[in-house]
Design a binder for this molecule. Structure first.
Ligand code: NAP
Length: 254
């Protein structure tokens, strides 16, 4: 799969030390992009992704806690120094912090779920905006099927945070359209990554695959393909404020 217009683009993929972000970083590298590989806690994962990126093209390694304003600002300026600008920002960093019911959830846990999944995307976009204005670039935020259905057991606040990412995407799309910047989101269903290895039993993952109309769970590459589609102006140049669900039909809307 080649989108010719992505060749030479400067792309930053947050949370690319693992899973969906790692697959996305490598897929962009295969298009001839300069790829910023970002990690927070999993340095060896970031180094592995960068090595995979460098098999196809150029890139650099960046570290930041995406919840932290200063760290995100520094990461962005380091990236732009190395890449010479920014054309595509993928706000992928995020996670479920644990299966915790709303009943009895601490305020710290609640706040951290929103900081990890919503503030991270807000900061990425705000700090990247100046550079995206110059390139008339685009943003892809990663939401979740959970943002539609309220999440699995103990995932309710994570689901609410992802729903906020969906709405933030629309708000950004409206506000940034005057700069020629498109903003969309991708909503994965159950994707087989570290995320579900950590939080869902093998039985539950099997049960979800059975329930899924296309008969399987997703791969990180399934999601990466949707991210690339939305990033390509040739493919998606008239699409903004939209979301693309990648869930094998597990959740459909009219
Ligand atoms: N897997 C699924 O079924 C699924 C479904 C819907 C949505 N999603 C979303 O897809 C995205 C990627 O998830 P994944 O499945 O690929 O999970 P993953 O393999 O666990 O990757 C999560 C990534 O997010 C980064 N991250 C987490 N907290 C961070 C923080 N505070 N600051 C900076 N980076 C942080 C991690 O970096 P370090 O490890 O380096 O700290 C890692 O690179 C997430 O936003 C997730 O919510 C996943």
């Amino acid at each position: 799969m080649i989108y010719a217009d992505l060749k030479g683009k400067r792309v930053l993929v947050t949370g690319s030390s693992s899973g969906i972000g790692a697959a996305t970083a490598v897929m962009f590298a295969k298009q001839g992009c300069f790829v910023g590989v970002h990690y927070f806690r999993t340095k060896e994962g970031g180094e592995k992704t960068l090595a995979d990126v460098q098999k196809h093209g150029r890139g650099c390694l960046l570290k930041a806690d995406m919840r932290d304003e200063e760290q995100v600002r520094e990461m962005m300026s380091q990236y732009v120094k190395e890449a010479g600008g920014l054309d595509v920002l993928v706000n992928n960093a995020g996670t479920l912090l644990g299966r915790v019911d709303i009943e009895g959830m601490s305020i710290e846990h609640f706040n951290d779920e929103f900081a990890t999944n919503v503030r991270s995307a807000f900061l990425g976009a705000r700090e990247g905006l100046e550079y995206l204005k110059q390139s008339r670039g685009c943003i892809v935020n990663i939401g979740s099927i959970a943002g539609h259905h309220g999440g699995g057991p103990g995932g309710g606040v994570y689901a609410a945070a992802k729903a906020a990412v969906h709405t933030l995407t629309i708000a950004m799309a409206k506000e940034f359209s005057k700069y020629g910047i498109r903003v969309n989101s991708v909503l994965p269903g159950l994707i087989e990554t570290r995320f579900h290895e950590k939080f869902s039993s093998a039985e539950r993952r099997k049960a979800v695959a059975k329930e899924t109309p296309l008969g399987r769970n997703g791969t990180a590459e399934d999601v990466a393909k949707a991210i690339l589609f939305l990033s390509s102006n040739d493919a998606a140049g008239f699409i903004t404020g939209e979301y693309l669900a990648v869930n094998g039909g597990l959740y459909m809307r009219a």
